[in-house]
Design a protein around this ligand. Sequence first.
Ligand code: CA
Length: 219
Amino acid sequence: MRVLLIEDDPMVGKGLVVALTDAGLSVDWCRDGSAGAEALAVGGHAIVLLDLGLPGKDGLTVLQEARQLGNHTPLLVITARDEIEDRIKGLDLGADDYLVKPFDPGELLARIRAVSRRQSGQTTSVIEAGAIALNLATHEVSYRGKSDFLPAREFALLRALAERAGTILSRTQLEERLYGWGEEVESNAVDVLIHYVRRRFDKDIIRNVRGAGWMVARS
Ligand code: CA
């Protein structure tokens, strides 16, 4: 799952990138409002974390313009404590939720899960695809009577496939979901992750579609 982070404060930004990456999310980080607006327009992100006080273009303008253009990417506003008015405006302009700095990374991750659930109409933190069940809160995966807690990237890989069960995802599509901008990706990174996931459960958990990519069964 790719997250777009629009935040100019280097300390806050770095902290968030580490917390989100550790949780298995890939992060694209824009340090000013104009770059953020462009990245938002390009799309491909499951959620946007938007600071309000930004150089280039302020956060509320970024949000307002995106919603006016029909962009409905789930969006969490992150604000300083003294920006209550702006927070209210943000929600009125179509933000899905907000967090007040400083916040605990655990709370941020829980809010991200909640916003993604609302977006996809799910009511719990468990994704099911055929015989696979993935718990988004704990990263526990169960498959045909076996269960295991997966490290961040393995979980992210299986989640990407499970969210589009029955659909083939190519190497490029998987890499896009797993890695952020500018991250070095080894040419066999996806194969290695698939190998690890299969070793934990069974080879059948991820199907190889020769020349096209990989998929998990829908039923
Ligand atoms: Ca700021």
